[in-house]
Design a protein around this ligand. Structure first.
Ligand code: SF4
Ligand code: SF4
Length: 441
């Protein structure tokens, strides 16, 4: 019988608690720590509190709980540990146990998946929606492009990536949407570890249906969850890496297809939590003829968004401000984003009129001589007012079988667009044939 996720995490916690000496080096190296009010406790005391929590469920001190809940996943603590513990995993386990104990976020996944479907339905034609989110029949495919759930809010990034894979003549299938969640929401935030384990295993089985050699992740949260937090929970016959690493490994062939120079000066936004992804994107951009990558600005965390740098809002505000300052100071004409969460975080900064906000995939597709997929998400975000946003969204919603009143949209659109779960209107997707991205059992 395979190990349950609860048993797996218990074994991980025991092993980490056994190795950790509570030296505090991880806390001392943590950029979030000063923003999480240590309350006068030393680094050793705070790390010791987390260790004791994992060892025998001794309640976390208030300051240790603040640190745990503020962790943005940057990974700066990992090389700092002299005992080869992964402190990022240590804090994730503590947070997970806390979520399990408190279950403060019931229905989070359900609300989030409704918001994702809503955002898909207000940006895509039915056939586009099916191409991205409808389950595929099993077949042999060497590559699976795994979108995760939340990236579907910004579908143009995914279509762009698919256009690049098409240009490289990659034989792939797409897996994603709420019905193929990595399980992180149930596991980490909803306090339902066993459900999270089943969701992860179901999704891994979906990949295996294609007997792939490689699964290419788009979403950094799925990457962190499936390849680090759950590293030994599952046996896989395929590699799982971020899609940018796959593209960089084929850079020569890809660069040979770049036919359109892009005479732009750009600043790239990246994250320290997956520095390799930032470096991969920088290499991809540097291969585009005419493009001048004037600077890469790394921000703490592994992504923008509520599970990344949004965990430490004061640090996030400081670093977002720094990025926008660098874009202005360098005179760059575009801020280039990394992930969907980053794109959502910065898209509205284009309203200032001094720079454009583009995703690296927009530039790759343009360099290939193709038209980047229309960024309807940004278009909605830049709409002058709610009425304009509703007028933009309604034709797509109706085409997808969602007959929602303007009054309903006026009430809920701001919440849906805020890149969070939305709390209202849970029944509005009861029977809509085109909005088919289901939820995991
Ligand atoms: S991953 Fe980053 S934010 Fe989290 S504990 Fe480590 S250093 Fe701190
Ligand atoms: S996880 Fe490592 S760095 Fe952190 S307190 Fe334990 S031994 Fe020290």
């Amino acid at each position: 019988m395979s190990t349950s996720l609860k048993e797996y995490f218990a074994a991980e916690a025991e092993a980490i608690a056994g190795r950790c000496t509570a030296c505090g080096a991880c806390h001392a190296a943590c950029p979030v720590a000063p923003f999480a009010d240590p309350g006068g406790a030393s680094s050793a005391e705070l790390a010791g509190s987390v260790r004791c929590y994992l060892a025998d469920a001794t309640p976390l001190s208030a300051a240790a709980a603040r640190w745990t809940e503020s962790c943005n996943g940057c990974g700066d603590c990992i090389p700092a540990c002299p005992e080869a513990v992964n402190p990022r995993q240590m804090l994730i386990l503590a947070l997970t146990q806390g979520a399990r104990a408190k279950s403060e976020t019931p229905q989070l996944f359900r609300r989030m998946s409704r918001a994702i479907k809503m955002m898909l339905a207000m940006q895509l034609e039915p056939e586009e929606l099916r191409r991205l989110a409808a389950p595929r029949a099993a077949r042999q495919a060497p590559v699976v492009f795994y979108t995760g759930c939340n990236a579907l809010r910004t579908p143009h990034l995914l279509f762009n990536t698919m256009a690049v894979l098409d240009a490289l003549a990659v034989d792939y299938e797409v897996v994603g949407g709420p019905s193929a969640c990595c399980g992180v929401i149930h596991t980490k935030w909803q306090g339902e570890i066993e459900t999270g384990g089943r969701v992860a295993r179901n999704t891994l089985a979906r990949f295996a249906d294609f007997t792939p050699e490689k699964v290419l992740n788009w979403c950094p949260t799925c990457q962190l969850h499936l390849t680090e937090s759950l590293a030994n929970f599952h046996a896989s016959s395929f590699d799982m890496n971020h899609v940018t690493e796959f593209l960089v490994a084929r850079l020569e062939g890809l660069a040979g297809k770049f036919v359109r120079p892009i005479p732009r000066r750009v600043v790239l936004h990246a994250h320290t939590g997956y520095r390799n992804v930032g470096e991969a994107v920088a290499r991809l951009l540097q291969a585009i003829p005419g493009l001048d990558l004037v600077e890469t600005v790394y921000e703490s965390g592994y992504t923008c968004g509520g599970s990344g740098c949004g965990r430490a809002p004061a640090l996030q505000a400081k670093e977002h401000g720094h990025l926008l300052d660098r874009v202005a100071a360098t005179g760059a004409d575009a801020l280039v984003t990394l992930y969907h969460g980053c794109h959502g975080a910065f898209a509205a900064s284009e309203a200032g009129g001094r720079h454009q906000v583009l995703n690296f995939t927009d530039l790759l597709v343009e360099a290939l001589g193709l038209e980047p997929y229309e960024d309807r998400n940004k278009h909605l975000r830049l709409a002058a007012d709610l009425d304009m946003m509703i007028a933009e969204a309604q034709p797509y919603l109706r085409a997808n079988g969602l007959d929602l009143s303007d009054a309903w949209l006026r009430q809920w659109l701001p919440e849906i667009m805020a890149q969070k779960e939305f709390k209202g209107g849970l029944d509005c997707f009861a029977a809509h044939p085109h909005v088919s991205a289901g939820e995991p059992a």
